[in-house]
Design a protein around this ligand. Structure first.
Ligand SMILES: [Zn+2]
Length: 400
């Protein structure tokens, strides 16, 4: 059964806020206690305790602390079963490193189960605290499989995972075109039909303010009231930056997916690109990897399987009109001027058209054996053949 998650902002009252913070603390306490227990037991006997055993041992241990009796016991159980259990399983399977202890104020969250929670319109009922207001109604219908409450900066959110049927109908006779998408720092996304989506670059906008806030924090006494206040201010600013970025990503991806029957995107090696120190900051600010994965997820939900073009495909250097490949192309050249067919076209649009051509199968980036064809160096012989290549390309060109 496919699962869908909807994250909704909450509007809790002061009493509920306090309760949420306490439950986060209890979840962290249970997690850290069980993890310490697991480590100790493993060091003494060399055996791994299961999540069930860890929970049973915690239930004995917690009686030493009277305050734990007032907490929601589902929270500690979920923290050990769901979160620590998964972390240990991933470590045993060698998918992740050994779980670390949780720290206060870093990714505060706790989980509840479907038995203990109820949803009615814009309200969520949790055990011991009652109805909490939500800013939106739950988008999906179906059986709730898990509920997690979390905090980002000053705001509380609920993530509700629902077991749902795939409700979005796939239109097999769609008349929408196949769109190639070139992503970049200056323009977030350029489509092969010429449309562009601006990149808000929010970090650049708030860079100075952020630096000023952080400088102020450094002058406060760590752990003092003013230090906490300043820390909260910085967290809010980071949250604001993330919101602006997310908003632009969501608007662009939704718009692209709604008017395409297929999409062609490039494979970015973000970790390699970050090695360029001049571009690293702007790249992190754009979060292009996140943008492409969001686009993929949304496309798949609409029944579109995105074609990921290999990273060695020279989408920028190739002419979208005749297929001629330039040796070098400076980043400052915003217009692609083809020396072969004479076309003059916007650099990003040119790259997007190339990606589109690969997506519709007009350009091969792999040979018959399925082996990646490396970008070739253009030779004299190739230049002679360019006329024939030009003919084939023109025949196959689709109207943009
Ligand atoms: Zn050309």
């Amino acid at each position: 059964m496919p699962k869908s998650t909807h994250k909704i902002a909450l509007n809790p009252n002061n009493k509920q806020r306090k309760w949420f913070a306490q439950q986060c603390g209890y979840a962290r306490f249970a997690y850290n206690q069980a993890l310490a227990d697991f480590k100790k037991h493993c060091a003494e006997t060399g055996e791994y305790l299961s999540a069930g055993e860890l929970d049973a041992r915690f239930n004995v241990y917690k009686k030493e602390y009277a305050w734990t009796a007032d907490m929601d016991q589902v929270v500690s159980q979920q923290s050990i079963y769901k979160h620590l259990g998964a972390a240990i399983t991933n470590w045993v399977k060698k998918l992740a490193r050994f779980p670390r202890f949780k720290k206060k104020g870093i990714r505060d969250s706790f989980s509840s189960t479907n038995q203990s929670a109820e949803i009615k319109g814009k309200q969520l009922r949790l055990p011991k605290i009652g109805w909490v207001k939500m800013f939106q109604e739950l988008r999906f219908e179906g059986k709730i499989s898990s509920i997690t409450i979390s905090r980002t900066a000053h705001r509380w959110f609920v993530s509700i995972t629902v077991e749902t049927e795939n409700t979005i109908a796939v239109d097999k006779h769609s008349t929408h075109p196949v769109i190639g998408i070139d992503v970049g720092i200056n323009t977030l996304a350029t489509c092969s039909d010429g449309s562009k989506y601006e990149n808000p670059r929010p970090l650049k906008r708030y860079e100075k303010k952020l630096a000023r806030c952080q400088r102020r924090l450094s002058k406060r006494v760590k752990g003092s009231k003013n230090w906490y206040k300043q820390n909260a201010k910085i967290a809010r600013l980071h949250y604001k930056i993330a919101c602006i970025r997310n908003d632009a990503h969501h608007k662009a991806t939704t718009d692209i997916v709604s008017r395409a029957s297929g999409i062609g995107i490039e494979t970015l090696k973000v970790s390699n690109m970050l090695k360029n120190r001049k571009l690293a900051k702007a790249l992190s600010d754009s979060a292009l990897g996140g943008f492409l994965s969001m686009l993929k997820t949304k496309a798949e939900a609409h029944g579109i399987i995105p074609k990921e073009v290999d990273q060695f495909f020279a989408s920028s250097k190739t002419c979208s009109s005749c297929g001629h490949q330039k040796q070098d192309l400076d980043l400052s050249e915003r217009t692609y001027q083809c020396g072969c067919c004479g076309i003059s076209i916007d650099r990003d649009v040119n790259a997007a058209i190339n990606l589109r051509n690969v997506a519709v199968g007009h350009t091969e980036t792999k040979n018959d054996c399925g082996v990646q064809v490396r970008p070739r160096k253009s030779s004299g012989e190739e230049a002679k053949n360019i006329e024939t290549v030009k003919g084939i390309w023109k025949q196959e060109m689709l109207p943009i």
